[in-house]
Design a protein around this ligand. Structure first.
Ligand code: IPM
Ligand code: MG
Length: 356
């Protein structure tokens, strides 16, 4: 089982170190190899996704990823910015299916900004298409407008597009995921305005006919954003495009009160996957031993489940995380009166102890 370990920037190295600690505490045989990515790679090699890093990722069964990004790189030309590393990995590895669970842990119900009764027991799975849509659609760029409201003016443009096979494959992923849960899928679109998303809705509906046991409904993205804060528990599996999924998954993660708790998986059709916390690189708290490593540790559990065929080990990690929460241990992001404040490394150690 070969794992590429790409820690990246900001808090990335600290949180990944804890996940590696936890993986090493399982009695399994991993071949873990680290490489530079993001701003760290740019600083060392002049590129955020060096050839060697991409090669290592492509040759591995799974990538354990920290986070990329730092303000100091925000003025670089776009192709050199840290974010290009994650976009490049998604594109080159074909990681089209992004799983973003939003789970509200019993112990953290009060950390949510919503009323506890709205989020208690919340367990939503957002499935975001990750290699298409306006993120990757060509053409894009800047030019002088020849039409529109201001002909002759400078303008910028991107292209929203989805092909039938791209929609079909992510729809299958969503229906199959729903079959293992409560058998409900909500497809989120903007079919009332956009051709791309009328097509999305039509194709998802067609694919849905192959899954008569799964109940499919459709929702416009603006309404979905509203329903997520009004009545989040109405959702089970949500499937949507790259852009809407980016926005809704951040919204959903915050319902749980703790973005520091949420893992994610990005899979290709070969079963390879990239596993990363749903949060970013948080450069403001980097190196202070305060970041919450649990999202990364839970991402390692998803990696064991989806790419390494080690379901039992995945469950052991998840149970260990539940156990440390039940013990009252909290990093500052999830700390509340009456619980015990611990640092990044202490949290990782506690998970390792709970495993044993
Ligand atoms: C995410 C992030 C990325 C995205 C950025 C860092 C490119 O926001 O994974 O959600 O927009 O997909
Ligand atoms: Mg995002």
């Amino acid at each position: 089982m070969k794992i590429a370990v790409l820690a990246g920037d900001g808090i990335g190295p600290e949180i990944v170190a804890e996940a590696v600690k936890v993986l090493n505490a399982l009695d399994l045989d991993f071949d873990m190899e680290s490489a530079l990515v993001g701003g760290a790679a740019y600083a060392a090699t002049g590129h955020p996704l060096p050839e060697a890093t991409l090669k290592l990722a492509m040759e591995s069964d799974a990538v354990l990823f920290g986070a990329v990004g730092d303000w100091k790189y925000d003025t670089l030309d776009r192709p050199l910015r840290p974010e290009q590393a994650i976009l490049g990995l998604r594109k080159h590895m074909g990681l089209f299916a992004n799983f973003r669970p939003a789970i509200c842990y019993k112990e953290l119900t009060h950390a949510s900004s919503l009323k506890p009764e709205l989020v208690a027991g919340l367990d939503i799975l957002i499935i975001r298409e990750l290699t298409g849509d306006i993120y990757f659609g060509q053409p894009r760029g800047r030019r002088i407008a020849t039409d529109g409201h201001f002909p002759g003016a400078e303008e910028a443009f991107d292209t929203m597009r989805y092909s039938r096979p791209e929609i079909e494959r992510i729809a299958h992923v969503a229906f199959q995921a729903a079959q293992k849960r409560s058998k409900r899928v909500t497809s989120v679109d903007k079919a009332n305005v956009l051709e791309t998303f009328q097509f999305w809705k039509d194709v998802v509906t067609e694919v849905g006919k192959e899954y008569p046991d799964v109940q499919l409904d459709h929702m416009y993205v603006d309404n979905a954003a509203m329903q997520l804060v009004k009545e989040p528990k109405r959702f089970d599996v949500v499937v949507t495009g790259n852009m809407f999924g980016d926005i809704l998954s951040d919204e959903a993660s915050m319902l749980t009160g703790s973005i520091g708790m949420l893992p994610s998986a990005s899979l290709n059709s070969k079963g390879q996957g990239l596993y990363e916390p749903s949060h970013g690189s948080a450069p403001d708290i980097a190196g202070k031993n305060v970041a919450n490593p649990l999202a990364t540790i839970l991402s390692a559990a998803m990696m064991l489940r989806f790419s390494l065929n080690q379901e039992a080990a995945a469950q052991r990690i998840e149970a260990a995380v539940q156990a440390v929460l039940a013990q009252g241990l909290r990093t500052p992001d999830i700390w509340s009166e009456g619980t015990t404040r611990v640092g990044t490394a202490e949290m990782g150690d506690a998970v390792v102890n709970a495993l044993r």
